[in-house]
Design a binder for this molecule. Structure first.
Ligand code: ADP
Ligand code: MG
Length: 482
């Protein structure tokens, strides 16, 4: 690459980090700038996934950076690892380009054609025919690899199974069915498997599509008499990955078709991977033969992450964006956002923007100022408040609560603390146990049961608890135990 091109690319990286901070990723600096060819700056990505992702999510920002730094319309073209620039090598200096670029500022160059889904390596081009272009193939985010997936008690099984499936497609668990609430990492795990599968075998024929994509294509094919094409598209694959399969609910004819797609792939030992917001038996009006098939392999549930896991996820997300996030800030964010992990990312983005707008470092003060209004436990007592009220009420010491002592005089207040924490905070059983000498979740569950039944049977005890609850959170009624 020429010095001019090198300077252009260095300048673009600085521009992107300045102007598009929240979009920037650490791995941008690993893109290889090949120079200006055919009127476009060619950048080579590490994998086809990186290329597709850049094209989909970042093209406008890169074009903007190229224009700002070069001072002229210079579209950016993203290439996969095995692709080569097309067109004549052009000098960079303004006004000297032999082929004026045809792109509008802020829009992708018109000549860029990127195949959705998986691209082809030269090996495949020789050995096997290129896979057809697959409509609705979802873009895989290269950030969603296993290396960026934080493992915790809520997702350990799903993660282990995903690793096994990626290592042994069609053999370990087929189908592999992941379910859990919104924003808990189902799509991330699905994509991690896809990334690994293709990394291990670049000729693999993998189709990653949303359930909506399957449904729409099915309807279109029926309408246009193209069922043969449809069947080939979904059955001639090595791995079929369908996100949010619960959208098949109540669609009879599509379920019928999916049933046959499933059977065809399954009998050919092709891997099927599905995600859903509910377990198979709870997907409304899913035909029982599909329910049973979804359970043939492994059904793995993802539970909401514990506080510790959330802290690690926040750190991992910050690392990906090249942000140095102090531990206390990561903890602060993780404490404030406790359900949907997507909100954690939103909080990091807000913080990142505030920091760059004001030119302030990201620290606890900034976090408190900018995230203070987040759906927060402001009306939710902390476990420290609960513990201090309970110790005062029952006249025990904090160290007793945390000790291994089992005398009733200590065990009862300890159980009350666990009960109150469970009913009045959103902490997990495991987190609560952690505050009482590292007791496990079954101990906390047991404590909640004991206190519940004593409360029902003993009016004095009930009154004591009511009083404690009022002191803990005057404004709100206790939450239900789930
Ligand atoms: P779902 O598909 O279950 O609704 P996603 O997979 O889209 O959720 O996850 C939402 C966001 O949270 C994504 O940015 C994802 O990377 C992140 N995320 C979820 N779980 C984890 C985890 N265990 N480690 C790191 N990031 C996670
Ligand atoms: Mg999802």
């Amino acid at each position: 690459m020429s010095d001019d091109d090198r300077r252009l690319w260095d300048g673009m990286l600085i521009h992107l980090r300045d102007q598009h901070r929240t979009m920037c990723r650490q791995w941008f600096s690993e893109l290889e700038a090949l120079g200006v060819y055919g009127g476009a700056l060619n950048l080579r990505a590490q994998t086809p996934f990186h290329r597709d992702y850049l094209q989909k999510a970042c093209a406008a920002a890169f074009n903007d950076a190229a224009r700002s730094v070069s001072g002229r319309l210079l579209p950016v073209r993203f290439l996969g690892p095995d692709e080569h620039p097309e067109g004549k090598r052009a000098p960079l200096r303004p006004g000297t380009s032999t082929e004026p670029p045809r792109a509008e500022p802020g829009r992708a160059a018109p000549e860029i054609v990127v195949r959705p889904g998986i691209s082809v390596s030269p090996a495949r081009a020789v050995d096997r025919p290129a896979p057809p272009i697959r409509p609705d193939a979802l873009t895989i985010n290269p950030d969603n690899g296993f290396e960026n997936f934080v493992v915790g008690p809520g997702n350990r099984l799903a993660h282990a199974a995903a690793i096994a499936v990626a290592a042994n497609p069609g053999r370990a668990y087929n189908p592999f069915f992941i379910y859990g609430g919104v924003g808990l990492g189902k799509t991330h795990l699905l994509q991690a498997v896809c990334l690994d599968l293709v990394r291990n075998d670049s000729t693999l024929n993998l189709y990653y599509v949303s359930c909506e994509g399957f449904v729409t294509q099915f309807m279109d094919s029926v309408q246009n008499g193209l069922m043969n094409d449809f069947r080939h598209r979904f059955r001639d694959v090595d791995v079929l990955v369908i996100d949010d399969i619960h959208s098949l609910a109540q669609r009879d004819s599509t379920q019928e078709e999916f049933f046959h797609t499933f059977n065809s792939l399954f009998h050919a030992h092709k891997q099927i991977i599905l995600s859903s917001d509910a377990p198979p038996e709870e997907i409304p009006e899913l035909q029982s033969r599909l329910v049973s098939r979804f359970k043939w392999g492994l059904v793995a549930k993802i539970e909401p992450p514990s506080l510790e896991t959330r802290v690690e996820i926040v750190k991992s997300k910050a690392r990906l964006r090249g942000i140095a996030l102090p531990d206390d800030v990561a903890f602060f964010i993780a404490q404030r956002v406790d359900t949907n992990i997507r909100e954690l990312e939103g909080a990091i983005t807000t913080l990142q923007m505030e920091s760059s707008l004001d030119g302030r470092p990201i620290d606890l003060r900034l976090a408190e100022a900018s995230l203070g209004g987040l759906a927060s436990p402001a009306s939710e007592p902390t476990i420290q408040v609960i513990m201090s009220l309970v110790t005062e009420f029952f006249r025990v010491r904090l160290t007793d609560l945390q000790s291994k002592r089992r005398q009733r005089s200590v065990a009862m207040p300890r159980q009350v603390c666990m009960y109150l924490a469970r009913r009045n905070t959103r902490m997990s059983l495991q987190e609560i146990g952690g505050y009482f000498g590292g007791r496990d979740h079954t101990t906390v569950m047991h404590a909640v049961k004991i206190v519940d039944s004593r409360r029902a049977a003993d009016p004095t005890f009930h009154l004591q608890l009511t009083e404690l609850e009022e002191r803990i959170r005057p404004a709100r009624r206790p939450a239900n135990i789930s």
